[in-house]
Design a protein around this ligand. Structure first.
Ligand code: HEM
Length: 277
């Protein structure tokens, strides 16, 4: 049993199979690469806007402006990026439909997209509008968004030949926390990261042979959990120690702002790994 769209919607197989022979799939197909460039430029736009917005909620970046001012400045660009990625995604999807229909990475990606839209439009933007305060609706949206995020990561983690893509998410989380932490926390965290990377190098080249997958697969699964624990601990220290400050968000909003950045990274990583399955 796989977790690809074909397993949930077997009744639409005939419709999916003819999509690239009809408009717009047939029309897009010869220009797939050009449309995919549009897909990635939209990703850059929405990713940049999401970073500026959520970093401000975390308490770094454009701190001369209040969160509501940052929200007002980035909103048009965020909307343009989201519309661009959805339109180009659907168009390149219709020109290569069987690949998506049979892809577990695509399932992870669509769950991630739902989570990303909910956490961005239901949580980060409303919280920024209120300069960091989480209203009741935003709290409900946060619970739903995190549930979808968990499902997306769960599918990503169990999908064979796709799950190495989770290293992109861990790497992004590690760099994000390194960027945000300050002072002694940053130094200790960086030293621990370097120690973990050295350990992993030793596991791959000294303890086991680089092609000894029987040992390396479980070792890497343990390593990803150890990295995750370190990153969460450092982020936790940053969230608690940075306090609320003037015009600042509380710990819950900050934690959700981290999630709102990483959910887009997860969606993008799953998008990239469609090609590898
Ligand atoms: C309706 C929504 C979307 C659809 C239907 C869609 C569809 C696609 C398709 C068909 C591909 C090419 C897969 C391949 O043949 O290898 C792709 C690649 C990709 N997508 Fe999406 N996409 C959507 C939304 C998104 C979103 C929201 C993101 C980012 C947050 C994203 C990020 C990517 C990335 C990074 C790639 C890999 C490009 C490459 O290097 O080849 N997509 N997407």
């Amino acid at each position: 049993m796989t977790i690809a769209p074909q397993d949930f919607f077997p009744q639409i197989a005939d419709w999916v199979n003819q999509l690239d022979d009809t408009f717009p799939g047939a029309w897009i197909k010869p220009y797939f690469a050009q449309w995919e460039v549009g897909h990635l430029l939209s990703l850059a736009l929405l990713g940049g806007a999401s970073l500026l917005l959520n970093l401000r909620l975390i308490g770094v970046g454009l701190t001369d402006d209040s969160p509501s001012e940052v929200r007002r400045s980035v909103l048009p660009w965020l909307n343009l990026g989201v519309i661009g990625i959805l339109v180009t995604g659907v168009l390149i999807g219709t020109s290569n439909p069987e690949r998506l229909y049979t892809s577990e990475a695509f399932t992870a990606k669509m769950l991630g997209l739902a989570a990303a839209l909910i956490l961005t439009y239901g949580v980060s933007l409303p919280a920024a509008k209120q300069d960091g305060r989480l209203g009741r609706n935003a709290s409900i949206a946060a619970a739903i968004g995190l549930a979808f995020f968990g499902l997306s990561v769960g599918v990503f983690a169990v999908a064979k030949l796709v799950n190495p893509g989770l290293w992109h998410v861990i790497t992004a989380a590690a760099l994000l926390v390194l960027f945000v932490t300050r002072g002694l926390t940053r130094i200790i965290y960086l030293a621990a990261l370097v120690a973990l990377m050295a350990t992993q190098l030793a596991i791959h080249h000294l303890i086991y042979k680089p092609d000894d997958y029987a040992h390396l697969d479980p070792a890497n699964k343990i390593m990803i959990l150890v990295y995750l624990a370190l990153i969460l601990a450092a982020a936790g220290v940053q969230i608690v120690s940075s306090g609320r400050g003037p015009q600042g968000a509380g710990p819950a909003t900050k934690a959700l702002a981290y999630a709102a950045i990483l959910v887009w990274v997860t969606t993008a990583a799953a998008g990239r790994w469609i090609a590898f399955a």
